[in-house]
Design a binder for this molecule. Structure first.
Ligand code: FE2
Length: 557
């Protein structure tokens, strides 16, 4: 069964249990799975048995049109599935009565642990004893920490949720990104306001605006409505122009783009000749620390969840204290000066339906207390930077200001810098953009070629758009701050996200990209959807050389 599941997960598609049974009942299940994948004309997130049968039928009877799931339906399924996997704000269509993702499974009660009778006693993870290791002299102890916060909404929130707030936010976004587009793109230097288009005398126009609407016409062209402070222009990407169509398919609502186009004969339509994104430049100089210290990235700890990986976590604690590992691994441990935690530090409460069944600690403050007990075992010479995520007890709308004083006080005695989400900060001059990453799912849902399980590819698109979460009304709740904290106005040296429980490293135009794993094993929902997280891994960056390594605590050190 494993090779079949692997084929689908490599493809980024989940298989419903009954679909999997059907595939396994075939003579050659692996070949049959590959055949299905080859003949998929869309990239469904969840593969249903009906889709498999449709493919079988359509390949038997030539010329038979294959009914595909329509885009809105596909989006709805994706949204539900991703909510189920990662928790978070659920779409209103997802209710307890909605059984679309459920199936009859005789072992279901084994998969979702039901609470025992009566009130469940909290079971915080065990606090291990760390022995002093003779001769352990971590070089990082010799250096003072140097953290500076560059941009953070914490303490600067202005929004009250009025319409004026939204106007201010969009004006800020538009002017900041227009400035970037105009300074970087020669073609955009002559961009004109939309109301200055002279329908009779102009042939070619350059415009910068916010995407108001984007849709496909009956004939397969893409229609883009671009808005600026003066007017709205209707632009069209013609389906025969592949390059332009490809760019048009990467556009999402509410982002800022530049468009160069030709006016149609009657002047009502602009035929798109080029689309410009406020991308980062090809080469970006990397800041480097002058001292040989490392930063480790530890996302989605999810303390309070029954699936918190206590054994692997304890191995991590022993390693970072010099108790475990071979000499090379101990060398790395000794160089760690910073621990960056990009959100979902606890599992939280009430994040998704029936979460209480999945919790080992049902009180959110106790979850933070338990985390504080664990972080006390981190050596004192290591500075921690902690950011909230969608499971944390802060406002859900992004940008999220950091944890309340009441929670921060639970960690007293530890050197922790509490920051918001997202946050730009620097360590010895090396600039880091840390973002929990809820919008990774919006990008994966709205742009067809992106997959939620390839977060680094999505992060490249964020850099290209210079925005972490442009789209309102999607999966990521957004707060209308007067300054758009989700803009990527500075090019960081390191860009880190979490949220999708994967561990990947990448690079884009000189920026190091990281998705920083998780410390939660497969949850019952994830199991039901065949999603296998990549947990208990720790990406580490040497701030002096820029080199990246990944420690894996799934295997014995
Ligand atoms: Fe998350």
């Amino acid at each position: 069964m494993k090779p079949v599941i692997k084929s689908f997960s490599d493809h980024g598609t989940f298989v419903q249990p009954d679909t999997l049974d059907y595939i396994m009942s075939q003579k050659e299940p692996k070949e049959f799975a590959d055949f299905i994948l080859k003949n998929l004309k869309e990239y469904p997130l969840v593969l249903s048995i009906d889709q498999v049968k449709t493919i079988e039928q359509s390949t038997k009877i030539e010329e038979m049109p294959r009914p595909a799931i329509s885009l809105p339906e596909q989006k709805e399924i994706q949204s539900k599935t991703l909510s189920a996997i990662y928790g978070g704000e659920l779409p209103s269509v997802f209710t307890d009565e909605d059984h679309e993702l459920e199936y009859d499974d005789p072992d279901k009660d084994d998969q979702i642990d039901l609470p025992d009778e009566g009130i469940q006693e909290p079971e915080p993870p065990q606090v291990i004893e760390i022995k002093k290791v003779k001769g352990w002299k971590p070089p990082a102890r010799d250096y003072d920490a140097e953290i500076s916060i560059i941009k953070d909404v914490t303490g600067n929130s202005t929004c009250e949720g009025t319409t004026t707030d939204f106007t201010k936010l969009f004006v800020n976004r538009y002017s900041a990104l227009r400035k970037i587009l105009r300074s970087q793109r020669r073609e955009m230097a002559n961009a004109i306001p939309i109301n200055r288009i002279k329908k009779n005398s102009m042939k070619e126009v350059q415009l910068v605006g916010i995407i108001k609407d984007i849709r496909t016409t009956k004939n397969g062209h893409r229609l883009v409505e671009l808005e600026d402070e003066t007017d709205v222009a209707t632009c069209i990407a013609l389906k025969d122009n592949r390059d332009i169509m490809q760019m048009a398919n990467e556009i999402v609502y509410d982002e800022i783009v530049g468009i160069k186009g030709q006016l149609s004969k009657n002047g009502d339509l602009i035929i798109i000749q080029n689309i410009f994104f406020p991308d980062i430049s090809m080469q970006n100089g990397r800041h480097k620390a002058e001292i040989p210290v490392c930063a480790a990235f530890l996302s989605d700890i999810h303390i309070g969840s029954k699936q918190f990986m206590e054994d692997e976590w304890q191995a991590f604690l022993r390693w970072i204290n010099g108790e475990m590992g071979n000499s090379r691994q101990k060398d790395v441990a000794g160089k760690i000066k910073y621990l960056v935690i990009p959100g979902d530090v606890v599992d939280g409460i009430g994040i998704y339906p029936n979460q209480e069944m999945e919790l080992s600690i049902t009180d959110v403050y106790r979850q933070y207390e338990a985390l504080a007990e664990q972080l006390r075992l981190i050596p004192d010479h290591i500075s921690i930077i902690m950011q909230p995520g969608n499971h944390d007890a802060v406002r859900p709308a992004e940008p999220q200001p950091t944890f309340e004083k009441e929670i921060q006080n639970l960690f007293s005695g530890k050197d922790i810098t509490f920051v918001g989400n997202p946050c730009y900060f620097s360590l010895h001059g090396v600039e880091i953009l840390s973002y929990h990453g809820q919008s990774l799912l919006d990008f994966a849902t709205n742009i067809q070629q992106l997959k939620y399980n390839e977060p680094v590819e999505i992060m490249k698109v964020m850099l290209k758009k210079r925005h972490l979460a442009p789209t309102y009304g999607g999966y990521t709740p957004l707060a209308p701050e007067h300054l758009d904290y989700m803009i990527i106005d500075r090019v960081p040296d390191i860009f880190v996200t979490g949220h999708v429980h994967l561990a990947t490293i990448g690079e884009y135009r000189g920026v190091t990209l990281l998705n920083a794993s998780s410390w939660q094993s497969q949850t019952s929902y994830q199991k039901m959807l065949n999603f296998m997280p990549v947990s208990a891994k720790l990406p580490i960056i040497d701030l002096k050389t820029g080199n990246v390594t990944m420690m894996d605590f799934n295997t014995k050190l």
